[in-house]
Design a protein. Structure first.
Length: 634
């Protein structure tokens, strides 16, 4: 039995799936007879289900097919599985979703953890702010019922590395039907079409199939904001919108689907675009991302010659006779000094007593050192950390999680950047093709047997990503590829500085989690190198720093003139003081941006997520969790 199918058959996972099925059944306040019957022998039934799956003896029963009226006319076909099959479907979904979801477009919003209607509306509003004036509004005719089954199964087999689990998905998709509308299901089966609307798997499989539509449209220069079979395509002019509508019909036809003619229309933001029950007009304000408002903040000191000192309960930053900042020390989590900044001895003692960390960077943003009070930690966790670092198989296991997370997020960052910078058609097509190669690199990394192979996939993916990303930026920025020591151009200067800040946050996260920042798995062990902190930031680099740089460049918030190029090339390019302030502000906003963390099950800031990842790693090392799951950007 394959490892993934074994996870499906796990009794705890089946029990959790049963609870979901029972809770969903109770949504209308009435428990169905089928659920009542299963509940009477739940423990026995779940044990039997687990044993059947493990032995390869499980066979799904037929679905009950019924027709329900649509509000717009006609009927919708529903296919309801038996209770035991619903449990299996939910267990299967939990196992396969981490393989299916990362390949989807960043603008596919339905049936995905952490995404929803608000995100789709936010994306439409951003498109308007970027210059779109018209929108194609359309949906797909009888989408679930018309999707060809075999291409879906083929795509699942490409992404899910467990042949036995893929065969189980195939059996679930191809079930027979009973009930009043069974003939309609069987007619679709004879044509090789139809996903059961009513199955827990069908929404994810529908997204997977329609992702081909999203990618094809993006490759032809049209961004599709899609919520299941309902979608919007922003356009700058009515003529562009009309062309997009025609192209959408052609692409859907290529994939065996068709537009719903009655619901296909072109509207302007002046009229008000109705999407997912909301109306986005020309005068609505831009939708801002929610941000955390922590009690403690990071203070950046960038003024050359500034002095940081304490006065009672406050920290003061002075420059000559001028007081640049005065804030209660209880509101400060960290002080970062950039370049020639001084610190009074009383402040240092006060900071140590209150747990305020001090970080020193040189004027190029390179890390020089840190001062923090002695931190504790579970010695057994650290012992397990070192043992795992010396165990080749376990080290590769952890390293694989970091690399898979990074490549997944590189793909999303690239697709988002291609729209944010309004890249030329050739660059947008290049981004789409590169995104496909990154999917292959992620697949290769997932199956990598050793560290060398894993690093090969990571290195190739990073080079491919930065080469494509550089071609999307205007030539005036002079960025062609990633160069670190020293950064020769403004973009590399921002990336290097941002990665240093992110690394510093990761070191703090390691200390909070009781881990040694130097005991890593992907990055080799080296004296003085924060290898584990470098490991942890891999999945966050594209999400945080690359996103900040893309935003600053595309939004015109920084300009190439805002950087210094010292005559001595060994010092590299660096941000001028005003540019540095803009960058630091953007970095902090990004780190405080809220998103749904799947592991925590709630919305947290990226800074909190970094700490959560360190804690998750500590829990895995201590045996409290099974595996490390990277943060995935959607």
């Amino acid at each position: 039995m394959g490892d993934l199918l074994r996870r499906v058959a796990d009794s705890e996972r089946l029990f959790a799936a049963w609870n979901e099925v029972r809770d969903n059944d109770l949504e209308d306040g009435v428990k169905s007879e089928q659920v009542r019957e299963f509940e009477r022998g739940a423990l026995r039934n779940l044990t039997e289900l687990s044993e059947q799956l493990a032995a390869g003896e499980y066979t799904p029963g037929p679905v009950v097919a019924i027709e329900v009226p649509k509000s717009s006319g006609g009927t919708r076909l529903l296919a309801i599985p038996a209770v035991r099959d619903r449990i299996v479907e939910r267990a299967v979904l939990e196992v396969v979703e981490p393989f299916l979801d990362p390949v989807l477009s960043p603008w596919s919003f339905a049936y995905r953890s952490g995404l929803g209607v608000d995100d789709a509306i936010r994306a439409l509003t951003r498109a308007r702010e970027a210059g779109a004036r018209w929108v194609v509004r359309a949906d797909i005719e009888d989408c679930f019922e018309r999707i060809p089954r075999w291409p879906v199964i083929t795509r699942v087999k490409e992404l899910v590395p467990d042949a036995e689990l893929c065969l189980l998905v195939q059996h679930l998709v191809s079930r027979d039907a009973t009930g009043p509308a069974a003939g309609r299901v069987r007619a679709g089966r004879r044509q090789g079409r139809g996903l059961h609307q009513g199955s827990a798997l069908s929404p994810a499989l529908t997204n997977l199939y329609l992702d081909a539509f999203d990618r094809a449209m993006l490759g032809r220069g049209h961004q599709v904001l899609r919520y299941a079979d309902d979608f919007a395509i922003p356009a700058e002019s009515r003529a562009d919108a009309e062309q997009a509508l025609v192209v959408a019909g052609e692409v859907l036809d290529e994939w065996g689907l068709e537009l719903n003619a009655d619901k296909s229309r072109i509207v302007s933001f002046d009229e008000g675009v109705v999407f997912l029950g909301r109306t986005v007009g020309a005068l609505h304000g831009a939708v801002e991302e929610d941000r955390a408002r922590p009690l403690e903040a990071t203070v950046y000191v960038t003024t050359p010659g500034a002095l940081v000192r304490s006065r009672g309960d406050r920290v003061r930053i002075e420059h000559g006779e001028e007081v640049l900042l005065s804030v209660n020390l209880k509101r400060v989590r960290q002080v970062v000094g950039v370049g020639r900044v001084g610190f009074s001895t009383p402040f240092l003692h006060r900071a140590l007593r209150q747990g305020v960390e001090l970080v020193l960077l040189d004027d190029l943003g390179r890390f020089q050192g840190r001062l923090s009070r002695a931190l504790g930690g579970d010695v057994h966790v650290r012992a397990a950390q070192y043992e795992a670092a010396l165990d080749g198989a376990r080290a590769v296991e952890f390293a694989r999680g970091f690399v898979v997370g990074k490549i997944t997020n590189l793909r999303t960052a690239l697709l988002r950047a291609s729209r944010a910078v309004n890249a030329p058609d050739e660059a947008a097509e290049d981004a789409s093709a590169t995104a496909e190669r990154l999917i292959q690199a992620r697949s290769g990394a997932t199956g990598a047997a050793g560290a060398a192979e894993l690093m090969g996939h990571e290195g190739a993916a990073s080079r491919d990503y930065f080469t494509c990303w550089g071609r999307m930026l205007p030539p005036v920025w002079g960025f062609t590829h990633r160069r670190r020591r020293p950064p020769p151009d403004p973009v590399n200067a921002m990336l290097s500085f941002g990665y240093t800040l992110l690394l510093n946050d990761a070191v703090v996260a390691c200390h909070i989690a009781g881990l040694d920042p130097e005991g890593g798995y992907l990055h080799s062990l080296s004296q003085g190198r924060a290898s584990l902190a470098l490991d942890l930031i891999e999945e966050f680099r594209p999400v945080v720093v690359d996103s900040v740089v893309t935003s600053l460049v595309s939004g015109g918030k920084v300009a190439p003139e805002g950087f210094d190029h010292p005559p001595n090339e060994e010092k590299g390019c660096r941000m001028a003081p005003e540019t540095l302030k803009v960058f630091l502000g953007a970095y902090e906003k990004r780190m405080l941006t809220l998103f749904r963390h799947s592991g925590l099950g709630r919305r947290v800031s990226y800074r909190t997520a970094l700490t959560a990842q360190a804690r998750s790693l500590a829990d895995v090392l201590a045996g409290r969790e099974d595996a490390y799951e990277p943060v995935v950007w959607r």
